[in-house]
Every structure is written in structure tokens, then in C-alpha cells.
Design a protein around this ligand. Structure first.
Ligand SMILES: Nc1ncnc2c1ncn2[C@@H]1O[C@H](COP(=O)(O)OP(=O)(O)OP(=O)(O)O)[C@@H](O)[C@H]1O
Ligand SMILES: [Mg+2]
Length: 253
């Protein structure tokens, strides 16, 4: 059995009076991909925002319950949110490269943190991150070209590489392939599968086939509640709840 990286207990989240997550209990295992699926507005993005405390930036929200990362309570009032966000990286639906070179996109944040110290080490970090995101071969001869010249799929792998360059432990991805063609999508999926042994990955997707292809465990959210959770092939073959069956067979959502 793999170790639990993140343990969520009785998590309830409100935007003002609107409840976006209700009584969520979930374990996320190290070295696995958790696929999080559900129709629009079911609370998927909100859950990711809680995991790296991005929700702190939104006024008038209320969080109850417990989220433990390596057995440490991340919802504690004095928890160090900056270090949390370094440990838990995030990739969004739409890739947003900096309007700079490919190299600078990766070197920028680590350099600000003075980590690593030497130029050669930084070059190595850039190379390793691009390799891990499976982009190196396509860009190694044009690292100083603008990142904005890359295709959408390449930009998304660049954003993944940028996250990896910060050496996170957990990677959250919010519909990372929603704007991509099938070939670029397949590249991202392969990359995630190769990365999972070294990370803990939470992949939010509206695409149930993608969740079926890449995730080890799956959680199905519906109207702010966790309806089903389990080992991916089992959930897809024999869902316990009728709502899950309806959702994965495309009857709603
Ligand atoms: N900043 C916000 N302020 C107020 N309400 C919000 C905010 N963000 C989300 N909500 C509400 O919380 C609920 C859950 O939204 P959330 O974005 O988590 O859903 P989602 O599952 O990610 O949906 P989608 O598939 O459309 O991305 C929705 O009803 C949404 O309107
Ligand atoms: Mg969302």
C-alpha cells in the first residue's frame, strides 16, 4: 500500500452562503494520479484551490474540516502558505507562458529563490525540467526563442516544466488538456504517467475517458459532494452509485 500524501476529512467550503464542497473525505496517495471528475460547478476547481490555499485570496470564504499534507494540517491559521505553494504546484487549463524565452520561463522563479546558486546548475535544472515534461527534444536548439512561438500543446508542457522546476511534491492540474488537440493531449497524458512515480498528482478533467486512461484512483464530485471514490478500472466497470454510472455513460454533465 502506498503512503497517504494528503488526507482530507470533513472538508466543507463556502463562498459566502454558497456551499461549494460539502463534507469531503478523501485520501490521496503518493506516487499515484487521482482523477477528479464531475460536471461543471461541482466543486473541482474549488478543491484544488483549497489544497494549495489559493482560496485564501478570495474574499468571504469559509473553510471547515481538515487537510493534512504528510500529516501536517495545512488549514492551520499560521501554516506557512508560501512553502505550501512551493510543495504543491499547479497547472491551469490555459497555458500562460511569460512573454520571454523558453529558458527564462523556467529559470525565472528558481533564480528569484536563489536556488540553485550557480549558472551551470540553473542550466541543468532547465534541461532536467524540460526533459521531465517531455519537451526537451523539441526545444533544445531554440531555448532562447520566445515561448509564445510554441504550439498550445508545447506551451502546456512548458508550464508543466515550469512547475517541475520548483521541485514540488504534489502537482495539481485543472483541465490541463481542455484546449488541446488529441495528439497534444496524448503527450501530456504520457508525461503525467511517467511523472507519477516521483510525485503525487491530482488531475481534474471533464473528460471521463482521460480520467479512465490516466488515473489510478478516481473521485466523482456531483453538486459539491463526493459521490464515488475508488480504483479507476473498478469505478468505470462497476460503479457503485447510479449517478456515477449516468455520468460516465454520458447521460448528464
Ligand atoms: N470565486 C468565487 N466566488 C463565488 N462563487 C464561486 C467562486 N468560484 C466558484 N464559485 C462557485 O462554486 C461552485 C463550484 O465551482 P468550481 O469552480 O469549483 O466548479 P468546477 O467543478 O471546477 O466547475 P467547472 O467544471 O465549470 O470548472 C460553483 O457554483 C461556482 O459558481
Ligand atoms: Mg473548474
Amino acid at each position: 500500500m502506498l503512503p497517504v500524501k494528503i488526507q482530507v476529512r470533513e472538508l466543507t467550503f463556502h463562498y459566502g452562503s454558497h456551499c461549494a464542497i460539502q463534507g469531503l473525505n478523501l485520501d490521496i496517495y503518493q506516487g499515484e494520479i487521482l482523477g477528479l471528475m464531475g460536471p461543471a460547478k461541482s466543486g473541482k476547481t474549488t478543491f484544488l484551490r483549497v489544497l494549495n490555499r489559493m482560496c485564501d485570496l478570495i474574499p468571504n470564504v469559509r473553510i471547515q474540516g481538515s487537510v493534512r499534507l504528510d500529516d501536517e494540517e495545512i488549514l492551520a491559521p499560521h501554516y506557512d502558505v508560501d512553502s505550501l505553494r512551493r510543495r504543491i504546484g499547479m497547472v491551469f487549463a490555459k497555458p500562460v507562458p511569460l512573454p520571454r524565452s523558453i529558458y527564462e520561463n523556467l529559470a525565472f522563479a528558481p533564480r528569484l529563490q536563489k536556488k540553485p546558486q550557480h549558472r551551470d546548475d540553473l542550466a541543468e535544472l532547465v534541461e532536467n525540467s524540460l526533459k521531465a515534461a517531455q519537451l526537451w527534444d523539441e526545444v533544445k536548439d531554440r531555448l532562447h526563442d520566445s515561448a509564445l512561438k510554441l504550439s498550445g500543446g508545447q506551451q502546456q508542457r512548458l508550464c508543466l516544466a515550469r512547475t517541475l522546476a520548483m521541485a514540488p511534491e504534489v502537482i495539481l492540474l485543472d483541465e490541463p488538456t481542455s484546449g488541446l488537440d488529441p495528439i497534444s493531449t496524448a503527450r501530456i497524458e504520457e508525461t503525467l504517467t511517467a511523472l507519477k512515480k516521483d510525485f503525487t498528482i491530482v488531475l481534474v478533467s471533464n473528460n471521463t475517458k482521460q480520467i479512465a486512461r490516466c488515473s489510478d484512483k478516481v473521485a466523482f464530485l456531483l453538486m459539491s459532494r463526493l459521490v464515488e471514490y475508488g480504483v479507476t478500472p473498478e469505478v468505470f466497470m462497476v460503479p457503485k452509485q447510479k449517478e456515477t454510472d449516468d455520468y460516465i455513460s454520458g447521460r448528464f454533465g
